[in-house]
Design a binder for this molecule. Structure first.
Ligand code: DOR
Length: 445
């Protein structure tokens, strides 16, 4: 009997667990049903992928979309449109929204707002407040929740767990891996006087210095070990933290961002001013080199964009009143493919950091691997395409990128979410079809 598929992706170089294989991928009912020579199969639709690489869908586990969007910024529709335009098939959204995602009602609200509006699959973090520790164990098990997020240092919004007692209480409640922003609040306060109104944005890494990050990461690892809790330490920026984290691989996983890998304090503040301001800050080239070394050494688990789409008007205020963060969900893939083209990491390591890594550390069900039975989420890329990243290409409401004008080699040509082609050649196709991401540790609940 002839095999029947809803879609056959024909003739691409597939990044499978068995290595790179030139093959057809057959999709049925939103899942990968076969990988091989499907020339004789009956296909309702065919996508010609000759000359392209077919990657397991890129999962961005750190974005700030600001839904419910009581401010005028990004929302789940525009943020996920930007995601699929950039080759991303699933996102995890952070809780420092207004109001914060800190209880069951806020989580349910986000899920209902995503239904029918999100272009990619999605899950939401719940934020620790210092007052809600006792509820976290229940909240983290809600459908569509990817876990708890803790801010140890103040960033955008008012979520904060600054002291060791609060941190121990939050880490002591629940069992899933906790994502943590590690900057030491007391040191941030002590050093705040270094940045008077009108200071140059280049002061940002002086105020929020290496010691600020290192101190928080050290405290976090101590308390994580005491409480027996696994942690995912977000956007690591320093050589010292990487050395420390390498000693705690059993309990701690590590994220870096494309911005920290691609911009350096040696010239970014001069070129971009407060557009380059984020928390933790972009640091000097020597720190960036340590991040690349940690990627090569296998210390880094995940690349996340920390997409924070503040508007140009907000960014034009006087530093340090300018908000921290830059858009990034749409530029993650092209920037990292350009690093692949430059030989800074292999395509296999890119797949490990953007698909296998997220699936492994968050127990994502049915994603993160180009394999039979998995969700048919694919990022199709042209490794040779020469393009220029531009503000015009950006689908975020904010309409800008710190990488405007950057020439890159490598581009996402198509995005497929559970078998539906939602982006092809920079065009969005069909209707938003994103669904909540499922987690293995919640399926039996
Ligand atoms: O620069 C940042 N912006 N870092 C964060 O941790 C938060 C983010 C935001 O939400 O704007």
């Amino acid at each position: 009997m002839t095999a029947r598929f809803d879609l056959v992706i024909r003739g691409g170089v597939c990044l499978t667990p068995a290595g790179r294989v030139t093959a057809d991928v057959g999709v049925r009912d939103g899942r990968t049903a076969a990988i091989g020579d499907l020339a004789q199969a009956d296909a309702a639709a065919v996508f010609d992928a000759a000359g392209l690489h077919v990657l397991p869908g890129v999962i961005d586990t750190q974005v700030h979309f600001r839904e419910p969007g009581l401010d005028h910024k990004e929302d789940l529709a525009t943020g996920t449109a930007a995601a699929v335009a950039g080759g991303v098939t699933a996102i995890f959204e952070m809780p420092n929204t207004n109001p914060g995602t800190v209880d069951a009602a806020a989580l349910a609200d986000k899920l209902s707002r995503a239904a029918g509006r999100a272009w990619c699959d999605h899950a939401f973090f719940v934020g620790a407040t210092g007052g809600n520790a006792a509820e976290l164990a229940g909240l983290e098990r809600s459908p569509g929740c990817c876990g708890v997020k803790i801010f140890m240092g103040s960033s955008t919004g008012d979520l904060l767990v600054a002291d060791d007692a609060g941190l121990a209480a939050a880490l002591g409640c629940g069992i899933r891996r906790v994502a943590v922003h590690a900057e030491d609040e007391s040191r941030l306060k002590e050093r705040r006087g270094l940045v008077s109104d009108g200071a140059p944005a280049a002061m940002h890494p002086v105020w929020r210095d290496v010691e600020t990050a290192l101190r928080a990461t050290r405290r976090l690892l101590t308390i994580a070990r005491q409480t027996g809790r696994r942690v995912h330490v977000l956007h690591i920026t320093t050589a010292d933290e990487m050395a420390l984290l390498a000693q705690h691989r059993d309990i701690a996983t590590v994220e870096v961002t494309p911005q920290h890998l691609s911009l350096s304090a040696d010239d970014c503040y001069e070129n971009l001013g407060s557009l380059a301001q984020m928390n933790p800050p972009i640091r000097a080239a020597a720190q960036q080199a340590a991040l690349w070394q940690a990627i090569a050494d296998g210390v880094v688990d995940v690349i996340g964009s920390d997409h924070a789409p503040h508007t140009l008007a907000e960014k034009q205020q006087v530093y340090p009143n300018t908000p921290s963060g830059m858009p990034g969900v749409q530029t993650l893939v092209p920037l990292m493919l350009d690093h692949v083209a430059a030989g800074r990491l292999t395509l296999e390591r890119f797949v490990d950091l953007t698909a296998h890594g997220p699936a492994r550390i968050y127990n994502i069900a049915g994603k993160g691997r180009l394999g039979v039975g998995h969700d048919a989420d694919f990022t199709l890329v042209d490794l040779q395409a020469k393009r220029t990243i531009s503000n015009e290409w950006i689908r975020s409401k904010c309409g800008w990128t710190p990488f405007d004008g950057r020439d890159v080699v490598g581009w996402p040509l198509a995005t497929i979410v559970r078998g539906r082609v939602v982006m092809r050649e920079d065009e969005l196709l069909g209707e938003p079809c994103g669904e909540p991401v499922r987690f293995q540790d919640l399926l039996a609940a």
